[in-house]
Every structure is written in C-alpha cells, then in structure tokens.
Design a protein around this ligand. Structure first.
Ligand SMILES: Cc1ncc(C[n+]2csc(CCOP(=O)(O)OP(=O)(O)O)c2C)c(N)n1
Length: 808
C-alpha cells in the first residue's frame, strides 16, 4: 500500500477505480488486519493467559466469567478495516460510530492495532505482556466495559442504549465539512423508535457546509435471541424503505472470502465518491438546492462471521446463538476448548504477531497514519478542535428593573436575543436544537441571524427556512438531543430547548450523556467538551391551555439523581438571572446544564448587577422581600426555587408582612439547585456556614419548589435538622386551567405558603388565626371566581409587590 494521498474534493475517477478494485496485496493487508482484530476480540472474551497460543489452550487459560459480544464484532471490524484502507488511499477524515456498541472488543482491538491504545494507556504495550493485559482487562473487575465506551479511543458513541448512532453521527458532521461519520446501524437497533426517526438527518444537512454521514445498515439477521425485522424483510422492501428515507442504497451480501473484501471495497469506494461528488458540486457553487440523495450501504453478513459454525450439533454462526459468547461452557468442556483453539488458530496468529507479540508489519501496513487513524481522530477524542465561543456581554441584554416585581417580561425572549448574537459571532460553532418550538419558546430572535436548516422542498409560505439555515428544528426530541450530543462531543456548542414535559421523551439520552461525561472526567486524554445545555421552558406551571399532558417537571429529578458532579440544575427566577446563568453554561465544559424558566410574561426581580451576584452565590436572602433584618433568627424561612413559585413566595411574604408586621420572615431564593446538597455530595454544595446563614440550623423552612417536592428533601438530606424543611411543589395536580389555579391545586399558592408558615413557625403570633381564616376565604373566593369568570381574580392576576393595597 502506498502512502496516503490527499485528493481534491471532486474524486478522481482513476482513484475511485483503484479503490473499488483492490489488488491482491491490498486484500491480503486488509484481511490480515481483520484477522488480527478478530483474534484479539476472541482473546479478550476468553483468555486470561497464553495470549499468543504458545501452548495448547487449557482450562486455566480461560477467564472464569465469559462476558462480551462476539456476534456483531467481526462485521464491525470488517467495515473498520475497509474504512482504514479508504482513509489511507484518500486522506479522508473519518470517525467510526458502532451502533451495536456491544461489539466493544472489536473497537478496542482496532485502537490497539493502530497503536492508539498504547499511546493513551502506556501499560497496554505492543507486545505479549500488553496483549495479555488487553485480554485480562476486558469486561473484568476494575477493567474496561464490553462496550465502545468512553475508555475506547476514537469513540463518541458508546452504543450501550441502542438507537442513537445516526443522531450522534449527524450531530458530529454539522459544521464539520471535512468529516465523514461512518455509522454502523445494527438491524436490532434499527427497530428502536429513535433510530427509525433518525434517518431523517439527511433532510437537514447542507453539503456545502456540513460533513457527511455514511450509514451502513448491518443486517446480520439477529438480535439477542431472535430474528430482526429488517433482516427478514424482502431486500426489495428494505431498499424501498431506505430509498424513501432519501438514500441511494448500495448492497453487499455474503461471507465468501476474498469476494466480500472485493465487494465491500467497491461499495465503500462508490459511496465515498458519491459523497465527495455531492460536496464538490455544492462547494463549487453548482448545487441546485435539491436534497442530495446520499449513499448508504446495506451489508448482509452472518452474525458471528468466521466464528464456530456448529457447536454441539447446533447451528451457531449466522444465528442469534452467536450474539454473545458462542462457547460458554468452555472451561469444563474439552471439546469446546478444542473448538476455541481451532477458532483462534484459524486466524493464523503467527502471521499477525511477531515473536514478541507485537502486530506484524503485514498488519501494521493496514493502518492509516497519525490523526487519520479513526481511533486517534481529534474529532472524537475529546474535541481537540474545541474552541471557546465568542460571547457577547450578557449584561447588554439586561431588563431594566427599577424595583423588584414592577416590570413584567418574557424572560426567554432575552435569551433568544443573546443566542441571535452568538449565532452572528460564531457562524460555524453554535446551534440551537429545538423540536419545532423556537418561536413558541420566545427564542425567535435567532431567526434574525439564521434560518431554520432544511434540505427538503421549501415553499413561499415557509418562513425562515432555507438550505443555509443553522437553527435545527425537527419534531423529534431524540434527534435534537442526539444531534447536540454529537455536535458538542466533536467540539461545538449549543442548546437544546424544549417544552419541559417533553424533555422526558429524551430523558434517557440526558442520563446516558451524563454518564459519558462522568466517565470521561476520569480520562486525562479526553479533552473537556462543551456542556450539554438544556433549556426547559413552557413549564408545568404555565401550560395553561395544554393541560395535564404538558405538565411534568420530571427531568430535574433525573439529573439530580445522577451520580457525581456533572449535573447542574438552574432555576433562574427572572430574565437577568437567566442571562447570567446562560453565559455561565455556555462557558462551561463537560456538564449537563439544565436551565428551567417559563416563557410567559413574568415579574422581574433583580437588576442585572444583583442578578450576577445572586447567581454567582447560587442562593441568597432577598432581604427586601421579608421582614427579617438579620438581627435575630427569623420565625420562618420562606425558600423558593423556580420562577412561578418564587412569585408565590414573595407574595406570601408580603401578605405576612401586611397582616403580621412583627412576624419575622426570611425569603431565600435558590437559583442553583445543587447548592443545596452538602459539598461532599456535590461540588456546588454550599458550605455549612453559608447554609446556616441562609436557612439557620433550626428554624423551620417552607420551601416552594418548581418540581416534585421529593427532590428538595433528597438534596437537603444530611443538612442540619433536615426534617424542618416543608416542601411544596408539583404534586401531579395538572389540568387545563389558569396560572393561579395551578398553584392552588398543587397547594403551593401564596395562601398555602402563608398557612404553612403559620403552622410551622415555633411561635404563634397574635392574629395568626385571623390570617389563617383570611387565607382560607381567599382560596374559597378563588375557587368560585375562576369557575365563574374563567380567569384569575384581578388582584392576583395583576399582582405586583409595589401595589400593597391589593397584595392580600
Ligand atoms: C435500547 C436498548 N434496548 C435493549 C438493549 C439490549 N440489547 C443489547 S444488544 C441487543 C441486540 C442488538 O441487535 P443488533 O442491533 O442487530 O446488533 P448486532 O446483531 O449487530 O449485535 C439488545 C436488544 C439495548 N442495549 N438497548
């Protein structure tokens, strides 16, 4: 094989011919690498000694626990070997995403054969000792997982929870024009909802400015224990399905060798040439705007290819039985031991490893050089391409707040303006991903800087939709979330903005991405990547007309429950706080930042300088809202986190002040929810002194929370006398109703908070029973008013802090 040759964008026909027709030597090289990979894969699953088979395999060489997935692995490494050949010949930058990530040993072996593994884990040397270490660590205590996980160099896709390979691939190539993401889709994986929806990525790619995804649908016919839908379909139907998704289908089928090498090389060559043709046309200005028909490959190869054919009289190769460990009883079964030995020797290890156990020159000859090795690509290994955003000063987007609770504003509108200017300053490294709600979420200012991206037909009725748009709107939370993941993991920045309730559609992705970042934190060779920023708006409290289905603050619960320190939950109470929080999130790295704020007009509390200080502390006393001057302990602490409940809390404090001026209330607002746990439980946890300054260590706390009350109990666990926290929040009393009725139904209205305060304060002030009666009367009044007038009582609806005569 000759040295890499970088070709111009438009593929040279002679080169494509050569690529499509590998010489015998080239096939021998690719085949040797593939055999070496298969040998290492089997070794990782079975062996803990005798790595080079210097003696016959014996029981004591076999791991006590046989864990891993053989079935998908040979197919994955076959494609990898051919992609490497293409890279060597063309200089193409590629990243490899294994949808069936359970084929981890194949990708670990690839990194090892490419030398990257030893570069990042120097203990795993390129010799017999290193081989043994590689084998022993796999799927073993204290070792590495059996998936293409964070520890696998070159991976941006674990493939553990199936369904996301295409969304990650599409996200990785957006604004990444030189990259091709080779995305292997398992036929089992193709049955998942997210995967089925993700073929649509091509409808949002722009070949002039984005890279390309090359999907390979790997129809090995089986999943864990049965056949796959697409594997059993008439090939013509599969072809039609993929054609309908917009792809040009190239098919390869069989298990014959070297025929499969020849046919797959040709398929890959033609797919690559088609991609480069599409890109060259677009980048040279010859694109008529029609959505390109991108190539994809359907590969039909047997599950467990090259592995044991028949075991104990039962067909294994080509069936679901080879999914995991095809010879499971090998330790106590001499016949199985012999099958294993024959299997491993069938790869002819003597040709693949030299006397010291290092990969032979024949094998090494298959590797691309340097950063072109897919296991070493800077696109994957932690965003070495990452640059910080050029951010405007968020203070320039301040709302003028002369006094607390006088001005109303739609807070997310300001965020839209901030994002608009981030788009302008960062034309290649920032995107907003949103399921068709950018305008609805009041973020529409972004359209002043960028249209929505769309590669399908655009009509004169469409507004702010074009080929060149970079606002990503698709009605799929899975696509939005996954695209942002792929985008950030390859070094760019963005937001996923969604209705709060429907963040639960993609909640599992949030959790999985959090796990990825958590593990990546332990690996110095993975650079920090931009955070996953999730804006939850159109919240539970203000889905007035949509009703119960749209009322669910569950994602907060998921993020605070995740282990470790990558989860952040911010509940800015107003626009200026939102600006400060957003700026912080966009500068942060490798976190999952959840920001929760509604889009409806809402009272504004803090001037921008106050907001900056408040957000920096994460929580603080709003002295102006209470009657506690700090000279003595308050009678009650009224705490709040979340915009709507903050208004109820401030209103409750105001009622108390008017009716019982000597009753000492302290209002504490929490923006950064993760300040509540102890510092040993989360890095944002406030220290004991500050916690006592805010909440004391013995005064009862009535806490009005945006989400489920249990979350606050969970967070303050271990704080002094945590039982004194009485938490009100969303208790699943949702319906189509007015804003105030929502807080009444969930018992977190200002009147409920006042009654809570009186019920829980250690002293009962004179006048308390009158005030209790007053609150009950107001609630009764509300109940009849709202039914009769279909809206909230005017003094509630128009309440501001300044209007003291109507505050009660
Ligand atoms: C969302 C999800 N559901 C279930 C599983 C359990 N699981 C692991 S592998 C597998 C079969 C995968 O089949 P396929 O995608 O065809 O991969 P391959 O045959 O190449 O192994 C299943 C169901 C999973 N990992 N993720």
């Amino acid at each position: 094989m000759t040295a890499p040759t970088t070709v111009s964008l438009r593929p040279d026909l002679a080169l494509v011919e050569r690529l499509a027709n590998p010489t015998d030597d080239e096939v021998a090289t690719v085949d040797a690498w593939w055999r070496a990979n298969n040998y290492l894969t089997v070794g990782q699953i079975y062996l803990m000694a005798n790595a080079l088979l210097r003696e016959p395999i014996a029981t004591e060489h076999i791991k006590p626990r046989l864990l891993g997935h053989w079935g998908t692995s040979p197919g994955l490494s076959f494609m990898y070997a051919h992609a490497s050949r293409l890279i060597r010949r063309t200089g193409q930058q590629m990243v490899y995403l294994a949808g069936p990530g359970h084929g981890g040993p194949a990708l670990v072996a690839a990194g090892y054969l490419e030398g990257t593994y030893t570069e990042v884990y120097p203990d795993v040397t390129l010799d017999e000792a290193g081989l043994l270490r590689l084998f022993r660590q796999f799927s073993a205590p204290g070792g590495i997982p059996s998936h293409v996980s964070v520890t696998t160099p070159g991976s941006i896709h674990e493939g553990g929870e199936l369904g996301y390979v295409l969304v990650h691939a599409f996200g990785a190539v957006m604004d990444n024009p030189d990259l091709i993401a080779l995305a292997v889709v398992g036929d089992g994986e193709a049955e998942t909802g997210p995967l089925e929806g993700s073929w649509k990525g091509v409808s949002f790619l722009n070949p002039a400015r984005d890279g390309a995804v090359l999907p390979v649908l790997h129809l090995n016919g089986a999943k864990i224990a049965g056949p796959t839908v697409l594997g059993r379909k008439d090939p013509a139907e599969v072809r039609q399905l993929m054609h309908g998704h917009g792809y040009d289908v190239i098919e390869v089928e069989g298990e014959d060798l070297p025929g499969m090498h020849q046919r797959f090389a040709a398929a890959l060559a033609h797919a690559w040439a088609a991609i480069r043709d599409i890109q060259a046309t677009a980048r040279e200005g010859g694109w008529d705007g029609t959505r390109p028909r991108w190539p994809m490959i359907v590969l039909r190869s047997p599950k467990g290819w090259t592995g044991p054919d028949v075991v104990d009289g039962v067909q294994v190769r080509g069936t679901w039985r080879s999914h995991q460990v095809p010879l499971s009883g090998v330790r106590g079964n001499p016949e199985h031991l012999q099958v294993l030995e024959d299997w491993m020797r069938s790869y002819r290890p003597a040709e693949l490893f030299d006397a010291d156990g290092a990969p032979s020159d024949l094998v090494l000859g298959a590797n691309p050089a340097g950063d072109l090795r897919m296991s070493a690509t800077p696109h994957a290994n932690g965003g070495r391409l990452t640059e910080d955003l050029d951010l405007p000063d968020f203070r320039d987007y301040a709302v003028d707040v002369p006094e607390p609770a006088r001005v109303r504003a739609e807070s997310t509108r300001k965020l839209g303006e901030l994002m608009r200017d981030i788009y302008r300053r960062n034309p290649h490294s920032f995107r907003l991903f949103c399921p068709d709600e950018t305008n609805s979420n009041r973020l529409g200012a972004v359209f002043e800087a960028s249209d929505r991206a769309f590669a399908e037909r655009v009509t004169p009725q469409d507004v702010a939709i074009s080929r060149d748009g970079r606002v990503m709107e698709v009605l799929s939370e899975h696509n939005c979330h996954g695209w942002l993941e792929g985008y950030t993991l390859t070094g760019r920045h963005g937001w996923f903005a969604t209705y709060e309730a429907f963040a639960m559609v993609s909640a599992s992705q949030t959790i999985q991405h959090g796990k990825w970042l958590q593990e990546a934190d332990n690996l110095p060779w993975r650079a920090k990547v931009p955070s996953l920023n999730v804006l939850l708006t159109s919240t539970a409290w203000r889905n007035d007309h949509n009703g119960f289905s749209h009322q669910g603050p569950g994602l907060i619960q998921n993020v605070i429950t995740s282990r470790g320190n990558i989860g952040r939950v911010y509940l800015p109470p107003d626009s200026n706080c939102l600006m400060s929080v957003a700026d912080h999130c966009l500068r942060s790295r490798s976190y999952v930042n959840l920001v929760v704020i509604d889009k409806q007009p809402q009272l504004q509390w803090l001037r921008i300088d106050e907001a900056v200080e408040h957000c920096a502390r994460g929580a603080g006393v709003w002295q102006w809202a209470g009657t506690d001057d700090g000279s003595a302990d308050p009678d009650i602490v009224l705490a709040c986190a979340g915009d709507v409940v903050t208004m109820e809390t401030v209103a409750a404090a105001d009622i108390l002040r008017q009716h019982l001026p000597h009753f000492r209330t302290r209002v504490v607002n929490v923006v950064d929810l993760m300040t509540l746990p102890r510092r040993k439980d989360h890095p944002h946890g406030m220290d004991e002194t500050l916690f006592k300054e805010l909440f004391t260590d013995h005064v009862d706390v009535v806490f009005a929370f945006h989400g489920y009350p249990g979350a606050v109990h969970q967070l303050v666990h271990g704080r002094p006398d945590a039982d004194r926290f009485r938490v009100r929040g969303f208790i699943e009393e949702g319906t189509t109703t007015t804003p105030f009725d929502m807080v009444v139904r969930n018992r977190v209205s200002r009147y409920h908070l006042v009654m809570d305060a009186l019920n829980n304060a250690r002293r009962t002030p004179p006048g308390a029973s009158d005030l209790m009666a007053y609150c009950r009367a107001r609630l009764a009044e509300h109940e009849s008013y709202v039914v009769e007038h279909l809206e909230d009582m005017p003094d509630i609806r128009d309440w501001t802090l300044g209007d003291r005569t109507t505050a009660g």
